[in-house]
Design a protein around this ligand. Structure first.
Ligand code: SER
Length: 342
């Protein structure tokens, strides 16, 4: 195999923060170049401060560093995007176009680009929304992701660029702070639960959304990128699922570990965005083509998040009864039906 040099954009973001160590473990530190618009954060090596909107600079870096693969993660998420329409469109679409063009012209081996459940809209099926369901997104973020999916497909079809993509659900991670998404309550809630013992949620209690724990998302990304080319039948972006839950479901799980935790609800503009998205996703194609299988359900994720964050924040969890820590697993189909009270 040719020696790989992997460039990541948006390295300081939620996915980048956890994908970089995973890629470095596989390919070695020297082979993974982290880039972001921000000044180099302490503790990260092999880093270039780079604005992905500066096409010429981007092109130069790819050429000079002998890059063979790009993971293009820089993007503006749904809630922030609604407040910055032009900037969201430029960043999300124009930067992808530059990357695809560079990949084509410089003959890169592979490109990864994240799409999202936000490509779906109010006319999509609410439950078990399938790969080829009607999309019709109603946010600039969703429109930009859907347009990007078509661009990926176009570059594969016309020029043979091996670009691969996943429609991530809301991502939950102990490693990085979220930034501007509608699903981010499911990260903030853990921080507030540990620090203050209460949380005010900007979504209604029964707003069920598709979610995924970051270790699953990172593994899905690596598995997709390592799958043989002939197995990849979806060249727009793969539906990807792990769990679905509403804020009240998550609060109930947190309360099993932090019994005094309290939550109240003050929905804001993000409610309309959440309402436009499916409550659950069917990911048959990902399972069939490259064997996708999630490992974390709501129970395992909640426990792992609280354990990790409590260590990070030096806020020990109360003593647990042994059986409190071993929750039963819910099969996803039943799970949605029994917990989403929409
Ligand atoms: N997590 C994203 C958001 O909420 C959706 O992909 O914007």
């Amino acid at each position: 195999m040719k020696e790989q040099r992997i460039l990541i954009t948006g390295a300081c973001g939620q996915i980048g923060t956890e994908l970089i160590p995973a890629l470095r473990q596989r390919f070695g530190d020297d082979h993974v170049i982290a880039t972001d618009i921000h000044v180099r954060p302490s503790g990260i090596s092999n880093y270039i401060q780079l604005d992905v909107m500066q096409d010429e600079m981007l092109e130069l870096v790819v050429k000079e560093c002998g890059v063979t693969q790009i993971y293009h993660l820089a993007a503006m998420l749904s809630a922030k995007g609604e407040q910055n329409l032009d900037a969201a469109w430029s960043l999300n679409v124009h930067s992808l176009l530059s990357i695809l063009k560079i990949a084509h012209e410089q003959g890169l081996e592979k490109v990864f680009w994240p799409s999202s459940i936000a490509v779906f809209g109010p006319n999509s099926p609410k439950y078990n929304c399938h790969q080829n369901a009607r999309t019709e997104p109603t946010t600039v973020y969703g429109i930009s992701k859907r347009a990007g999916e078509y661009w990926c497909n176009y570059y594969f079809d016309k020029f043979g660029v091996d670009v691969r993509s996943l429609r991530y659900p809301g991502l939950i991670s102990a490693g990085a702070s979220p930034g501007g998404g509608t699903t981010d309550y499911a990260v903030d809630i853990f921080h507030q639960a540990l620090e203050k013992g209460n949380y005010t949620c900007y979504l209604e209690e029964d707003t069920c959304l598709p979610m995924m724990y970051m270790p699953d998302a990172i593994r899905a990304t690596l598995e997709l990128m390592e799958a043989p080319k002939e197995k990849i039948s979806v060249r727009t972006s793969y539906n990807l699922a792990a769990m679905s839950f509403a804020p009240c479901d998550l609060a109930a799980r947190i309360r099993k570990i932090l019994p005094d935790f309290k939550i109240d609800y003050h929905p804001d503009f993000r409610q309309a965005i959440a309402n436009s998205w499916p409550a659950s996703i069917r990911d048959t194609e990902a399972r069939r083509d490259w064997g996708w299988q999630p490992e974390f359900d709501l129970n395992r994720m909640t426990l792992d998040m609280l354990e990790r964050l409590s260590v990070k924040k030096c806020l020990p969890l109360p003593e647990q009864e042994a059986e409190t820590l071993t929750y039963p697993d819910f099969p996803m189909d039943n799970y949605v039906a029994s917990n989403c009270r929409v």
